[in-house]
Design a protein around this ligand. Structure first.
Ligand code: ZN
Length: 160
């Protein structure tokens, strides 16, 4: 059922994108929009600020298996570890746990006639995705996150 919900959301998202595409005749470099303390491309801002959803299987981290840490795209706080990432088959990067539960806040989301739990970065309020209870052990949770909301840092590199 959750996959159907995601597909419904995708269709709605596609309609919105098609409308905005029709307005701009040519595709240019993405415009940068301020969010939190950064300037983010418009398509990223559409997700983190407006609660949008990227197309399934389109994100750069869906089939990404490197070891490392996933940071919030808007404020660089560490949110997820590759050790809790798994292939959910949903089309979005999925984690069964967060690094620190207080760093990801949960909000009741009734948009699109659905009853879901939205997840956001606790530090900058960026929309990350949704939380479902069909994940694997040990938590049984699935943090379904947009790739656009994340930045991956491999274990071997320094990021400060
Ligand atoms: Zn953040």
């Amino acid at each position: 059922m959750k996959v159907i919900y995601c597909l419904m959301l995708l269709i709605l998202t596609q309609c919105t994108l098609a409308q905005s595409d029709a307005k701009s005749k040519q595709i240019e470099e993405p415009k940068l929009v301020p969010f939190a303390k950064k300037m983010l491309p418009e398509n990223v801002c559409y997700i983190v600020r407006d609660g949008g959803t990227e197309e399934p299987f389109s994100g750069k981290y869906v089939n990404h298996h490197e070891k490392g840490t996933y940071l919030c795209v808007a404020c660089d706080h560490e949110l997820f570890s590759s050790s809790a990432k798994y292939d959910s088959g949903s089309g979005w990067p999925s984690f069964y746990d967060v690094l620190n539960s207080k760093d990801v806040k949960q909000l009741h989301d009734t948009s699109f006639g659905m009853d879901r739990i939205e997840i956001r970065c606790s530090f900058c309020d960026a929309h990350l995705g949704h939380l479902f209870n069909d994940g694997p052990n040990p938590t049984g949770l699935r943090y379904c996150v947009n790739s656009a909301s994340l930045i991956f840092i491999p274990n071997s590199s320094n990021h400060d």
